[in-house]
Design a protein around this ligand. Sequence first.
Ligand code: ACM
Length: 741
Amino acid sequence: MPKRILALMFGALVSIGAPCAGAPSAGLVPQPQAVRPGEGSFVLDQRTRIVAPADRRAREIAGFLRDALQAQTGLALRVVRTGAKAPAIELRMDPSVRGEEAYRLTVAPGRATIAAADDRGLFWGVQTFIQLVPARNGTSESIGAVRTEDAPAYPWRGVMLDVARHYQPVAFVERQIDLMSRYKLNVLHWHLTDDQGWRIQIRKYPKLTEVGAWRTETDGERTGGFYTQQQIREVVEYARRRNVMVVPEIEMPGHASAAVAAYPWLSCPQRPVVVPSGWGVFDDVFCAGDERAFAFLHDVLDEVAALFPAPYIHIGGDEVPKRQWLDSEATRRLMHERHLADGEALQGWFIGRIQRDMAARGKTLVGWDEILEGGVDRQAIVEMWRGPEQARKALANGNRLIVAGPFYLDTPIDRLTLQDLYRTDAFADPAFAARPQQMLGAEAPLWSERVTTRNAEAMLYPRVLAFAERLWNPQARDYADFQRRLHAQYPWLEAQHVAYGPEDRDLVDYQLSFNPPHRRWRLRAARGFDDIELHYTLDGSEPTARSPAFGDVLDRYAPGTIRVAPFRQGVPYQASEAFEIVDNLALGKPVAYRAVPDPRYTGTPGQLVDGILGGSDFHDGRWVGWKGADMDATVDLQQATPMHSIQVRFLQQSGSWILLPRQVGLAVSNDGKAWRALRSTTIDVDPRNLRPTVYTVRLDVAAPVTARYVRVSAQNYGTLPPGHGGATQPAYVFADEILVR
Ligand code: ACM
């Protein structure tokens, strides 16, 4: 569908990027394509009627308007078929309004008219009118006269919710649909299956949700959940009423661990696996060389196609390890028979087969940009996430394109601020401009590895509003004006209890540091809003609003676990964070490195002996990393010290090129010159293991050793091997702590 050129359509009407403050449109998001203030105002009171044509969808839209106005003002208006004389809000089908989803809204004394050529435009006109109505209880509201002509620049304006990594209740999903709809976003891409959870009931395969919807976290807690088919139908219907199309994503051939946990015969090795609790890319994928896997996917797609009326089904297709396929004799035979040279070609064949299965039911396949790798049919829609070169490749191949890469909302707010997002011109690429008919639009994905119901809205809002405006009206470019209009939205969002986040920083940014002379750990918390209250516990339990509180700084003089959670007005606002502090003999002692750590991963000097343990996120500021070099660190305990245990913690996060060391040596010395080797251990490093793993090398001795210096040397893995995403590049070695006891 072509990008619509609105400036041409509206003739004499002037497009006003930044209406003056106080103009009726001052608070609208997204900014309409053209707005012109009029004379006088329209009075909304209990005499006002809503006039709507007889057709079913128009009556439904009129009902939506009535309910929204009642919720917002307390006024209960009647919906009627005609009302030429009475003061009215009139909904009208009008073929003179040109463009898909376009509408014309005219607010004048005595009458507000919303005209559109299609029911989608009529609904968006209603949403604009609702935004013009003040949110307060009263017997009458006055709305300044205005004339608006409006239509979206792109037809596909989506938000992707990942409910697989963390399940979200139906009420949460419906509320996001409400908010998307208010800001004229029209596609909910519902990421329903992944390694860590299968969230959609499939009647023919009950174990998908009996087994695949639940996992055991590292602390032993069982978590999960799924949607029954009845709930799915409800959500789809809820979205339809609000002009939102729900596009389901059923991941294949990769990200399939939850399905394989339910039915091990779906993978080539058919090995039993549990639903994983860690994040990353997993080897357990649907077997390309086994007809049973295709029969299963055919059956699943039967039920999915019946539940979702959208003409699209997203099949994922990203991050598929080929290892199990290439290790499988049956799959290799298939490759030979079909002249498929490698794993990529096999994946292309897999996707093509699924695409034909879907086409037979009238559904179009959507996939992440990896579907290009095996050569995909041009009818498929490609969702770009890895970068513009993938988008160019898709366009050159003739595919339609959805841009997602620049809009990942799981990116911390300080790294993708509201302003960054508003200024992102994802469509400026000349290759895009050359093929406007292939540019469907964009999606803002919210991956949920680190997102739960508690912090999801702070990640989504207000950034979703900036995203919505980019897609609806790319001509609106004035950030200050956007911010003014956004701030006019905040009272409404607050009235709905939307837990939106700060615009340019994380909700809370924690920094934990150790001060050796004072033997003091200081947790600093930079709060994104002044009224955030931080409550904490020291026993590992979840803080409540009655737990002790601190402001910007919490000082601790003893080891233990600090768990902190932010609250606003007594309500928990985000997941808690835990900080683990351990005491030991190396604490705060001088450390000398042979090779200098990578400047991005050095943190503070003394980081290896600050008693602060790193998490599985290598960005957490607690890890020290060496790129292409060995780690060689010596701790000076400053006096001869008896010790019975030395531990060193390393990280593997292969997807980020961080591998465990091949060999670790521990040595001690009394003078820093003559070394006595205590232990050397080799590690069988597997670069294909993509799970973030913290690995502790530990030496316990029965009789204490006495020494002043402790030296740890860890051999870097070296060059990343063939098949790895960073092949031929040097690996990193990461360590966070040396513990001497
Ligand atoms: C993706 O982020 N793996 C599509």
